[in-house]
Design a protein around this ligand. Sequence first.
Ligand code: C2E
Ligand code: MG
Ligand code: MG
Ligand code: MG
Length: 280
Amino acid sequence: TSKDSGKNKYSIFDQEMNRHQLRRMSLEKDLRKALARSEFMVVYQPKWDSLLNVTVGLEALLRWRHPEHGIISPSEFIPIAEETGLIVPITYWMLHDVCSQNRLWHQEEVANVAVSVNMSARMFEGNGLYEVVEEALAESGLEPHFLELEITESIAMNNMEETVAQLSKLRLLGVRVSLDDFGTGFSSLGNLDEIPVNTLKIDQVFIRKSKLHSKKAIISNIIAIASNLNMDVVAEGVETTEQIELLQSLGCRVMQGYYYGRPMPVNELGQWFIENTAVS
Ligand code: C2E
Ligand code: MG
Ligand code: MG
Ligand code: MG
């Protein structure tokens, strides 16, 4: 009988696998049409200077409004977009959208900050990125330093020579670069000073409430590394005043997280800026 129940478990497992694969396949099929059907939407999450109490930047995050399934989270569709290569045209679209939106905010005096866009490894295959960035900036009239690219350690380290070459060119344009999810990539620290980066973003795993105190030494060292390499630092995933106080005591002032603001659609940001822009 133990054999039988084992078999049974496998078939339930198979059914689960099957269900998962079917959803994966159907999402892939739909993802191929999503761009043409205008199903993507960009939401923006503030980066907040916790001492001056002002927004110092925004991170653009992708949302997919699926006609049947509703909003699908990036953690589900980004991997599919990466595997299929669809992430490249999607990110190109996003760069154009973000640059013209940010330019509009500047012109309307709604906000005057940089917006960052997340980059997948795929974006550094070939030389298309530079051209599209140049084009998106030229078309929108946005000044380059108001656009930031977020890359992860693994992207930077994977194909380091090529990535550094491309990032250096983009930096010469004036575009900013930040290293996302820092501390989780186990990259060799020895190369960090060779990557042209303006900002280190401390990954939320270190900031999480349950981990915060045990990770104090790590956080404090990331802040020291950033400072020694003349980089700015941003803490991700800030949800509580306890986290804010600890981060401030360690010398980190710019934070991003639900405490200060969730990712918001464009139509909410105008009001949000009115309520959250301190007069200096
Ligand atoms: P990420 O770039 O590290 O973005 C931060 C993620 O943390 C976002 O999730 C954000 O909504 C979430 N977050 C922010 N504050 C808090 C907080 O206080 N608590 C918690 N629990 N979470 C917080 P999101 O939007 O679901 O995106 C997840 C990941 O998907 C991103 O991580 C990024 O790696 C990827 N992603 C999102 N948009 C894009 C995109 O346009 N292109 C690429 N290549 N990747 C993207
Ligand atoms: Mg990011
Ligand atoms: Mg991150
Ligand atoms: Mg992350």
